[in-house]
Design a protein around this ligand. Structure first.
Ligand SMILES: [Zn+2]
Length: 218
């Protein structure tokens, strides 16, 4: 029988080969108390009230060598994976509304290189760009750092579904856009949000929130 593809092993190797360190995290596992017709998922720590399901770091140091990844991930239940900004990538965490408006703006710009974008289980967004030395003065936009790395595809989120990159789904095997271009769109996205929120206060029936941006790019 063909062995099921180990997506997490393949992705972990690809991130590390791209120079992006990976912190292994607690996997989501089928809940033994679940029903036979529908799998429910729980954090492998065994706590049904776990505060960060599928996202506890399992190591203090991120993995930077492919051989380490092979040892840890070539198992029947491989760990989830966490990534953070580093020398090869800047990872930005953005709340739902400004992120959605920024995606609209980026769609209008006919980009040649799309930023990998992912919806977080808590409904925020993750945008990836090339690293930058620019200081970011946007209240809503946070650079994901080593001390709080973020769950990345193809990890299983708290509901058991695999996370995926909505734009640039082949990341990390794709080039990254300049940070300045994406940050500019995020700045405009934050203003769009304020403008729409203001309009909604004055004319509750005309203003509408952001619609879901287009599904997949590249
Ligand atoms: Zn847990």
């Amino acid at each position: 029988m063909a062995r099921k593809e180990n997506k997490l092993l393949r992705a972990t190797r690809a991130y590390i080969e791209r120079g992006i360190a990976v912190t292994p995290a607690s996997p989501m596992v089928p809940d033994p108390a679940g029903t036979s017709w529908r799998t429910t998922w729980m954090c492998s720590c065994g706590d049904r009230y776990c505060a960060t399901p599928g996202a506890h770091p399992l190591a203090t140091e991120p993995l930077t060598h492919v051989t380490q990844a092979s040892t840890l991930y070539d198992v029947p239940t491989p760990p989830n994976l966490l990534i953070a900004s580093g020398p090869e990538v800047a990872i930005w965490r953005v709340p739902l509304a400004p992120g959605s408006y920024a995606m609209r703006r980026l769609e209008q710009q006919r980009l040649t290189i799309w930023p990998p974008v992912m919806r977080l289980p808590d409904h925020g967004w993750i945008f990836c760009t090339a690293p930058t030395k620019q200081r970011v003065g946007l209240a809503d936009v946070e650079l994901v750092s080593d001390d709080a790395p973020v769950l990345a595809p193809p990890s299983r989120g708290p509901n058991g579904r695999r996370l995926r990159w909505l734009w640039s789904p082949r990341f990390p095997a794709v080039p990254l856009p300049e940070a300045e271009q994406v940050l500019a769109a995020l700045a405009i996205g934050s203003m769009d949000e304020l403008r729409v929120a203001g309009a909604a206060d004055e004319h509750p029936d005309v203003a509408s929130g952001p619609t879901e941006p287009a599904r997949t790019r590249r």
